[in-house]
Write a new protein. Structure first.
Lengths: 245, 245
């Protein structure tokens, strides 16, 4: 009953992490600002959260220079309707998330942390993760591992992992804000890096629920990824046209 | 010294596994026969091995009906130059590989096992795997895991795996034939399925070397994969044109 009640009235904050230098592609434009079918990747990402009814505010973590260079454009030209705060990122992803968490309005109870370069996130996926977190405290989306995964030791196979229990983790990851803040405070006491936010919560010994992710929800880190994202978008349009939408 | 000598004179067999029904795509044509930039996926795969100087013979495992329907076309029209044997596949991948192994000419010492739906395999990759296997007895190509991988238990996170030691396994996988035959004989004594051939060799307690794979060497199992393969092929052509090839 409590979970059902929560669902109806509690808004959440969206923390979009785009603080990395993102120049692995070797281009002068940071990848989050590259165009994907006519709109910047990051604009697509922000719009998905802006349109979701549960999202009350958006905190966007960007490299300091990009806030100066593009802050006004993002505020004025990207068609966002929810309160938006721009925060300067740190050296590592963890520093960026921590900075973003500090900028969320006091009193907000829930946060969705999402990679800025996952523009194909859908409203349905946001909903799934959020609903689960509101019951469990922490939830992440994931898809099954399709390939064979092995561990290696010095150029030799260590072991073949049992694929049926493995998943590939995505974002948005949803948390009770206080839980994630505690996890980050604790993380800064250890040197061990984490590749996602849930891992820090797991280190506290807290349970993290896994919901069904979306294979289209890819992270764009190379130019090939950008082309793949374009294919997915075109597929969606084809389906939408077929359905007469 | 021994390894270097082996390299210069020992040929190998290529065992191409395309025995699956491959109708997950929901099409009437099995995926291995779909066109990729003007040529069937499987033709591209076979050509890569046919052109490699170390490959002395090719054993192609196909569904029984496809041997009847397309065997002649493959033999006559696909431009292959090496001895080619067509073998009917079994219910599972393991049955298909076992049938293929039985069809390799006696006296052949080395085998490359490859998925028929990985048409972007390059000569350089075949060479890398084969060279390593000739020294070690068994070698597989793999690429780093880019995403966060977790294990799950009943809808909850079990643990976050340490990504830096994990790899995504590809084919071709190269083996001393007798080693792989022994591994398959043993495998049929246990119920445990394996997702790749090397896993069966690992169960014998034999070492398997890991060489650098190729991120373009994708397995085509969906129509989106087919489109991604097309992108990679177009990239290659662009590079070839730039290099004046």
């Amino acid at each position: 009953m409590e979970a059902v009640m929560n669902r109806t009235w509690q808004p959440c904050a969206a923390l979009i992490v785009a603080g990395g230098s993102g120049r692995r592609m070797g281009l002068s434009t940071r990848k989050q600002f590259l165009s994907l079918c006519g709109r910047p990747i990051l604009q697509r990402t922000l719009t998905a959260f802006d349109r979701h009814s549960a999202v009350a505010e958006i905190v966007l973590v960007l490299p300091k220079e990009e806030i100066a260079a593009r802050g006004e454009e993002i505020r004025q030209m990207w068609g966002l309707t929810k309160p938006l705060r721009l925060v300067a990122g740190g050296a590592e992803r963890q520093d960026s998330v921590r900075a973003g968490l500090a900028a969320i309005t006091a009193g907000q109870e829930w946060v969705l942390v999402h990679d800025g370069v996952r523009p194909l996130v859908t409203s349905a996926l946001i909903e799934r993760v959020l609903e689960s977190a509101r019951i469990t405290g922490a939830a992440i989306p994931a898809v099954p591992v399709r390939e064979t995964i092995k561990s290696t030791v010095d150029g030799w196979v260590g072991e073949t992992l049992r694929r049926e229990r493995l998943v590939v983790v995505q974002t948005p990851q949803a948390f009770r804000i206080e839980l994630l803040r505690t996890a980050y405070d604790r993380a800064f006491d250890t040197a061990e890096p984490a590749t996602d936010d849930a891992a820090l919560v797991e280190r506290l010994g807290e349970p993290v629920a896994v919901v069904c992710g979306d294979e289209r929800n890819i992270k764009i880190t190379t130019l090939i990824d950008l082309k793949i994202a374009r294919i997915w978008l075109q597929e969606e349009e084809t389906h939408a046209n077929r359905a007469g939408l």
